[in-house]
Ligand binder design. Structure first.
Ligand code: B12
Ligand code: SF4
Ligand code: SF4
Length: 295
């Protein structure tokens, strides 16, 4: 059973197919339909306010599984979303939720690619859905736009070059040759999705977990770089960003500031961190100051 949850701010989009349950008794099919009816309305009602998107999705999936259990009788299950070695894109493609775009993410005709995937592994005997065809055609906008040339060719991503990997997953120093290409992206990157024509059809989600918080859409890198460690923990509690920790947060911001237009404010912010206790932060600050000085 696969699920997708839009992560754009605003309206909610959820789909899931309930295909031909030919092996089930009609009343059991009806019970499952009842459990899934109204999409996922009400399921996120008890969500802890700062649990973050991934836990939010897991929580909703668990509630959905419980609701199905109440309707169709006990069954065994386990829920996932970006939380275990589950081949989510591949499974979602086979479940008919969309096709793999050339940027390697799952695309859907109505929703584009702006959604998370989640799964309920279950021993319920469900019918197998049909995979959809590919609708990328001759387009290769995502390949051309990628700032670090991480998409080597259709469906081939070198994660070591991907800004999402470098700013979120990678723990050490960011390779110097890639730093200028990162621009002002501090946490993840969506360029290959932003340019994708299919995302014209994506609708925003109204889940609070996916909404902009702490005015992060309207703040300068200099201001963010000025946050103390306590402020970082306080303001980003419950946000996915929190998991990279304060040190990597400063590392990423230093790269962004190095790439920023030259200004006194940028230089002063960088200088204020020149003696930071973390060698990782200091190294990126020194690089950023050198880059600023060359402008
Ligand atoms: C590792 C990972 C990353 C890595 C690598 C991504 C990649 N494209 O390889 C990094 C950190 C870079 C990353 C970035 C992002 N990610 Co990510 N990521 C994952 C994760 C945890 C695992 C993917 C994986 O490696 N699976 C294992 C491999 C073996 O499977 P596979 O990639 O599907 O490969 C299959 C086929 O491609 C094929 N294949 C692959 N290579 C080859 C080679 C040959 C020769 C052949 C024949 C076949 C073949 O066979 C494989 C097995 O079926 C998934 C969650 C999950 N559990 O699936 C999320 C996931 C893919 N990520 C997601 C998201 C949202 C992102 C970002 C947009 C986040 C951001 N805003 O910064 C970016 C997008 C970057 C991009 N263009 O892909 C979402 C995608 C939702 C969607 N619409 O598809 C997922 C599904 C998480 C979720 N639950 O929602 N991610
Ligand atoms: S997320 Fe950004 S860096 Fe990664 S493949 Fe897409 S455009 Fe390239
Ligand atoms: S930008 Fe074009 S090639 Fe890339 S995923 Fe979207 S439709 Fe496919």
């Amino acid at each position: 059973m696969l699920w997708r949850e839009s992560f754009r701010e605003g309206r909610k989009v959820r789909t899931r197919t309930l295909a031909h349950l030919t092996s089930w008794a009609p009343e059991r099919i009806e019970a499952l339909r009842r459990a899934l009816k109204g999409e996922f309305d009400g399921l996120s009602g008890d969500l802890p306010p700062t649990c973050g998107p991934i836990f939010g999705v897991l929580f909703v999936l668990k509630q959905l599984a419980d609701r199905i259990g109440r309707e169709v009788g006990e069954f065994r299950y386990r829920v996932f979303t970006d939380s275990a070695p589950v081949m989510e894109v591949e499974l979602a493609g086979k479940a008919g939720l969309g096709w793999r775009g050339k940027h390697t993410l799952l695309l859907n005709r109505e929703a584009g690619s702006y959604f998370f995937l989640g799964e309920i592994y279950t021993d319920l005997q469900l019918p197998v859905d049909r995979a959809q065809g590919d609708h990328c055609g001759t387009c290769q906008k995502c390949i051309d736009i990628c700032p670090t040339h991480a998409i080597l060719g259709p469906y081939q991503l070198d994660a070591r070059r991907c800004i999402s990997y470098l700013t979120i997953e990678h723990k050490g120093a960011i390779p110097e040759e890639l730093r200028p290409l990162i621009g002002n992206r501090v946490y993840g990157c969506d360029d290959c999705q932003l340019v994708c024509p299919w995302n014209k059809f994506a609708s925003p989600s109204d889940e609070p977990d996916f909404a902009v918080r702490n005015g992060l859409d309207d703040v300068t890198l200099v201001e963010l770089f000025g946050w103390s460690e306590a402020e970082f923990h306080e303001r980003l509690a419950g946000s996915a960003i929190h998991r990279i920790g304060y040190e990597r947060w400063l590392r990423n911001l230093a790269v962004g500031l190095g790439n920023a237009p030259k200004s006194e404010a940028v230089m002063a912010a960088l200088k204020s961190r020149e003696t930071h206790p973390s060698g990782l932060v200091r190294e990126h600050v020194v690089w950023a100051i050198m880059r600023q000085n060359r402008k």
